[in-house]
Design a protein. Sequence first.
Length: 317
Amino acid sequence: MKVAYLTHSYPVYSQTFSVDEVRRVRTKGVRLYVFSIKKPDPALVTDLLQPDFERTSFLRPVPILRFLRANVRMPITQPASYFRTAFRCIRANSVSVLQALKGVLHFLEAVELGERLVHKNFDCLHIQFADTAATYAAVVHHLYKLPYSVAVHAHDIFEHRYTDRLVAFRIGDAEWIRVISEFNRKFLHEKTGIDANHIEVVRCGIDVSKLRRSTAREKDARKLIVSVGRLVPYKGHDILIRACRQLKDQGVDLACKIVGDGPEHTALSRLILELNLQDTIELVGVLPHSEICRILDIATVFALACRRADDGAMDGI
């Protein structure tokens, strides 16, 4: 089987589960080729991810000649299908004028991708996250009849900008839909009307052999709290920081390490200083899995203070 694996940005440290998935599937003999809509920020590609970066095909910058050829050929050979799918795609994205214009661009780019995948004899398309990549997949499916599957996570259905109509267009015709929890299956069914029996729960697993507890943590009398996650509002790191201040005020001797990076770094650093916790809380930054496992090994508590953000984003586990 020849599978195209499409995602928005690949590979990045915050989605190492995608990298692990790709690597494991390839060991099963599946001919899997990764396509990424855009190249990730170089700062997000660690040395461990560099080999995966080099094996990825990037859709942008758009190959102009192939782009034009595909979008001239398709309306000539299949005008009804081309314009009907274009209308559905733009309508699904009509939250705002800007979003509708993006819908036009995504449609045109997807036409070129579909022609490429069919020409190279791909059997199916798998999408990681029901975001822009899923728009491409829906267009490719409608125009070229290539079956596709979708792995749905959290922000890709919870954020307010992902309307019921948009999500339904993106994943409504997928052969298989995977979610990470029963909560997500129920939420997705209620949001789109997709039959819950068509949505399968595949939970996020871990390799427990890498998380063997030792007695090293007992050597330090301080309680060590560890949190791992992108520094974004819905991860609730500010809640954890304020909780540490309360514990300190109650006489608890503790240290806290927050592993990850993101747009909230400056705001969280400022909050740590305001609460006089600079000797207690450390924003560690990005770490490889092996180092995260080492820190978890000596931790007293793992904490993740997730919340629902103002834009609707939240975790789905």
